[in-house]
Design a protein around this ligand. Structure first.
Ligand code: GLA
Length: 416
């Protein structure tokens, strides 16, 4: 009989034990995300509508008595060590920089205020969020690292799942402050000027809800999905997002340039969030052609998110799907962050009866699409995407049915 592979958390515990000679004190799990609508709006102070998915980055960890951080990434079989005394940017391994960044900022922005210092930490890291697929594996790593470094100081964020261990001190850190800290780690230690969506949903995800986040005020609402006979299906092009960080930063700069020009006529605006479509139409001819296309997409997408949330609340799922389709068209033709493989997946999906909406998700240039599909069409959906996408591209896609789960959690190990 074939032996069952040990589940991921068991593998993590075993590896931790093997490397460090004792069980981990805790395991942190932070989810990836899929964004239903509201793409490239977060860094324009706009609206987003992501969900947390049932794929996670896990860190099994425990405190050390020195000020060293010893990390091992199980899937990559790579190790990284650094000292908390002098945290510096280092080129290798690239994933180590996320943890360096988070540790540095936690010390500066959170622990100093409460007169705490970081403890050294030993950790083993593993996960099943596909990397470079537009499902926020980096945000999951940042968020998991933040909770792990706090855990190694016997600190737990007050509103994560409660524990009964009296040795753990609960600290009040607003989740959006932690999300902003993780975002900053990505800017400063990974060189991507990302928005705040991915870190927020990884922390704040709620089962069967989507997060309606205003990226300016940072106010948010958990909106029930109520998708009884509908599934969220993710299709991975299996094309890595090679261009993503350079083109991403370029798009961001183009939006900022648009705002700067529009300020001549609308001096009170500070981001594209402040521009209505009617105002945009008045002045768009003043913008260089590329800037105009980019800005128009963002202005329209912000309206689409708000309409999509209203449609979902009103149980008008077909409107929601049409807005997803329109979002994809904008990303493909105006914002130009899609690619042939994403467009092929979306075209096939949109041609199937029983698919409510389909679009690329995340930064683009490869990665995944998100699809709303009636349950009784899912089999046909899987068969057709598998067959037609493989025929047209020579690449096999991965298709996941996504359960919408909760945000990051820490689970203390009572046996340590
Ligand atoms: C990446 C970034 C997010 C967001 C999306 C595009 O995932 O990390 O902040 O900008 O791209 O919507």
């Amino acid at each position: 009989m074939k032996q069952k592979a040990p589940i991921l958390s068991d593998r993590l515990q075993q590896e931790f034990n093997k490397r460090f000679g004792h069980p981990p004190e805790f395991i942190v799990s932070a989810p990836g995300r899929v964004n239903l609508i509201g793409e490239h709006t977060d860094y324009n102070d706009g609206f987003v509508f992501p969900v947390a998915i049932d794929k996670h980055l896990h860190i099994a960890a425990g405190k050390r008595s020195d000020r060293q951080v010893h990390l091992h990434a199980l899937d990559m079989d790579e190790t990284c060590t650094f000292s908390l005394e002098a945290i510096e940017d280092a080129k290798t391994p690239p994933w180590g920089n996320y943890l360096r960044g988070v540790a540095h900022l936690l010390q500066e922005q959170v622990l100093r205020e409460i007169e705490h210092t970081l403890n050294g930490m030993s950790a083993v890291i593993a996960g099943n969020v596909p990397i470079s697929a537009g499902l926020s594996s980096s945000a999951a790593l940042e968020v998991a690292s933040a909770l792990a470094f706090l855990g190694a100081c016997s600190l737990e964020v007050a509103d994560t799942d409660m524990n009964s261990d009296s040795e753990i001190e609960l600290i009040e850190i607003p989740p959006m402050k932690l999300a902003a800290l993780c975002q900053r780690a990505e800017h400063e230690f990974a060189g991507v000027n990302c928005g705040i969506m991915d870190q927020s949903i990884s922390l704040l995800g709620k089962a069967d809800h989507a997060l309606f986040l205003d990226c300016r005020s940072l106010e948010y609402k958990q909106i029930p999905l109520n998708l009884t006979d509908i599934l969220i299906v993710i299709c991975n092009t299996n094309v890595k997002r090679e261009l993503a960080s350079s083109e991403y930063n370029k798009r961001r700069a183009e939006c900022e340039k648009g705002v700067e020009i529009l300020q001549r006529w609308m001096p009170s605006i500070t981001s594209l969030r402040d521009v209505t479509l009617a105002d945009f139409k008045k002045y768009e001819a003043e913008l260089p052609q590329i800037t105009q296309k980019r800005c128009r997409y963002v202005v329209e997408e912000n309206t689409r998110v708000q309409n999509a949330v209203d449609a979902l609340i009103a149980k008008n799922i077909n409107t929601f799907g049409e807005l997803m389709n329109a979002s994809h068209a904008g990303l493909r033709d105006a914002y130009e962050v899609s690619c042939d493989e994403l467009n092929i997946l979306v075209d096939i999906a949109q041609s199937i009866d029983g698919v409510i909406g389909a679009r690329m998700t995340g930064a683009g240039f490869g990665g995944c699409t998100v699809n709303l599909v009636y349950q009784d069409t899912v089999e046909e959906f899987q068969d057709r995407l598998m067959k037609e996408y493989t025929q047209r591209t020579g690449i096999e896609p991965d298709i996941y049915i996504c359960n919408v789960g909760d945000g990051a959690r820490i689970k203390w190990n009572s046996h340590s």
